[in-house]
Write a protein that binds this ligand. Structure first.
Ligand code: S3P
Length: 430
C-alpha cells in the first residue's frame, strides 16, 4: 500500500457514520480485565495498532485473550497472577500502554523491560517514574528513567498522596493501578480534570475507589471482579468528520454511538463556541460511560475562540483539528497552555504549524500553543504526517477545503487509532 494519498477540495460531506471504538477505553478494558479475577467480555473493542500493543503485552504476561466476533474474551489472572515476561515488551507507538504498564509492573514480583518505536522512546517518562518511585518502585531507564527503554524490578509498594504537576490521565492511571497493589491508600490530585475512564472502569470491576473533585483515592490490595464492557465510539476520531462537516460547504454528518464522557467533550464545546451548527442527542441506557449521536452541519461564518490551560485536558487530542478550524473562523483563534502537545506522538504544535504553513496558512507558534487570524484560504501542497495519526487525519480534512490538490505523506500512521479512515472519508464525499 502506498503511504501517501492525494486529496482535493470537495463539494460536501454527507451521511452517517459510526466512529471506531474509543482507544483509551479499549486499552483500559484489557488492563483491568487482565488483572481482575474471572472472565471478562469486551464488546466493540478497537482493532487498531495502539490497543494491539496492549493485548500483545498482556498475552506475554500469560493472560488468555481471545477474539470472537467484535468481542474480546479475557481470562483475568488477578492482581498477582501475571507471570514474568520472557522478553522485552514492545509498546510500539503507544504511550498509554507503556505508562500504565509501568504502574502495574511496579508492584508485580518480577523483572520486565518496556520499549517502543522511535517516537515512544523519545517521550518523557519521568512524570511516571517520579510518583511510582515515591511508592517504592524500582525503575530504571535512559537518563535515570526519563526515557525508555524502562526496566522494572517489581517490589512491595506503599500508598502515597500525590499532587500531579501536569494533568495527565496516563500518569493518574499508572499511579492508581500501582495503588491497587500497594499497602494503604493512594490519592492522586490533578490541577485540571483529565479523562476519568480508569476511575469509572475500576469502580465497575469492584475496586474501592472514590472521587472528590480533582482527587481520586484508591485502596490497596483490592480484588477486582470480572465484568462486561461495551466500548463507545471514539470522540477523538469522530472529531475529524465533525470538523469536516462544519468546514465544507453543503455538509451534514451524523456520528452515531460516540462516547460523551464530559472529560472528553471539550472539542464539542469549542465547536459550539465557534458557532457551529452541532446537535447532541444522549442515549439514556449507558451506565458507565455516556454516549450518543452528534449531528453537525456546514456553518457559514464560524467565530474564533480562545482556549487556555484549563480547557486543554478535555480536548488534548483534538488540538490538530482545532488548528484547521481556527484558520477558517472569523477573528483571532488562540490555543495556549498546551505545551503538552510538544510531547505527544509528535511535537504536534510544530507539526501543525510547519505543515499548515506549506498550505499557505499564516499561523503564529508559541512554546505553549498557536494563534491565527481567520478566515484564511488554503492551497494544496505536499505535507507530512510526522508519523502521527492525528496529524495525518487533521491535514486530510484541511485538504478538503484547500484550493487544488494536497499530497499527504505518511498516512499509514492512521492505523494507530482509525483503520479505515480514508475509506470512511470517501463514503461521505458528495
Ligand atoms: C490518554 C491520555 C492523554 C491522551 C492520549 C491517551 C489515555 O494523554 O493524549 O492520547 O488513554 O490516558 P495524557 O494523559 O498524557 O495527557
Amino acid at each position: 500500500m502506498s503511504d501517501s494519498i492525494n486529496v482535493q477540495k470537495v463539494n460536501g460531506l454527507k451521511g452517517e457514520l459510526t466512529p471506531p471504538p474509543d482507544k483509551s477505553i479499549s486499552h483500559r478494558a484489557v488492563f483491568i480485565s487482565s488483572i481482575a479475577e474471572g472472565t471478562s467480555y469486551v464488546k466493540n473493542f478497537l482493532n487498531a495498532r495502539d490497543p494491539e500493543a496492549t493485548v500483545n503485552a498482556f498475552r506475554a504476561l500469560g493472560v488468555e485473550i481471545t477474539e470472537r466476533k467484535n468481542e474480546l474474551v479475557i481470562v483475568g489472572k488477578g492482581l498477582i497472577g501475571l507471570r514474568e515476561p520472557n522478553d522485552i515488551i514492545d509498546c510500539m507507538n503507544s504511550g498509554t500502554t507503556m505508562r500504565l504498564l509501568m504502574g502495574v509492573f511496579s508492584g508485580c514480583q518480577f523483572f520486565s523491560v518496556l520499549t517502543g518505536d522511535s517516537s515512544l522512546r523519545n517521550r518523557p517518562m519521568a512524570r511516571v517514574t517520579e510518583p511510582l518511585r515515591l511508592m517504592g518502585a524500582q525503575l530504571m531507564g535512559r537518563e535515570d528513567g526519563r526515557y525508555p527503554p524502562i526496566a522494572v524490578r517489581g517490589c512491595k509498594l506503599n500508598g502515597i498522596t500525590y499532587k500531579m504537576p501536569i494533568p495527565s490521565a496516563q500518569v493518574k492511571s499508572s499511579v492508581l493501578l500501582a495503588g491497587l497493589n500497594a499497602d494503604g491508600c493512594t490519592t492522586v490530585t490533578e490541577s485540571a480534570k483529565s479523562r476519568d475512564h480508569t476511575e469509572r472502569m475500576l469502580k465497575t470491576f469492584g475496586a474501592d475507589i472514590s472521587v472528590d473533585g480533582l482527587s481520586v483515592k484508591i485502596s490497596g490490595t483490592n480484588k477486582l471482579t470480572a465484568s462486561e464492557i461495551t466500548v463507545p465510539g471514539d470522540i477523538s476520531s469522530a472529531a475529524f468528520f465533525l470538523a469536516g462537516a462544519a468546514l465544507v460547504t453543503g455538509s451534514e454528518v451524523v456520528v452515531k454511538g460516540v462516547g460523551l464522557n464530559e472529560t472528553r467533550t471539550g472539542f464539542l464545546d469549542a465547536l459550539k463556541a465557534m458557532g457551529a451548527d452541532a446537535a447532541v442527542q444522549i442515549d439514556s441506557d449507558h451506565r458507565d460511560e455516556p454516549q450518543g449521536d452528534i449531528r453537525v452541519k456546514y456553518t457559514e461564518g464560524l467565530k474564533a475562540v480562545t482556549l487556555g490551560r484549563s480547557d486543554i485536558p478535555a480536548l488534548i487530542d483534538e488540538f490538530p483539528i482545532l488548528c484547521v478550524l481556527g484558520l477558517r473562523a472569523h477573528g483571532v483563534t488562540e490555543i495556549r497552555g498546551a505545551e503538552e502537545l510538544r510531547v505527544k506522538e509528535s511535537d504536534r504544535i510544530a507539526a501543525m504549524v510547519t505543515e499548515l504553513r506549506k498550505m499557505g496558512a499564516v499561523i503564529e507558534e508559541y512554546p505553549d500553543g498557536v494563534a491565527m487570524e481567520g478566515p484564511q484560504e488554503l492551497h494544496g501542497a505536499t505535507v507530512e504526517s510526522h508519523g502521527d495519526h492525528r496529524i495525518a487525519m487533521a491535514l486530510s480534512i484541511a485538504a478538503l477545503i484547500a484550493n487544488g490538490e494536497t499530497t499527504i505523506n505518511g498516512i499509514s500512521s492512521v492505523e494507530i487509532s482509525y483503520p479505515g479512515f480514508f475509506e470512511q472519508l470517501r463514503k461521505l464525499l458528495v
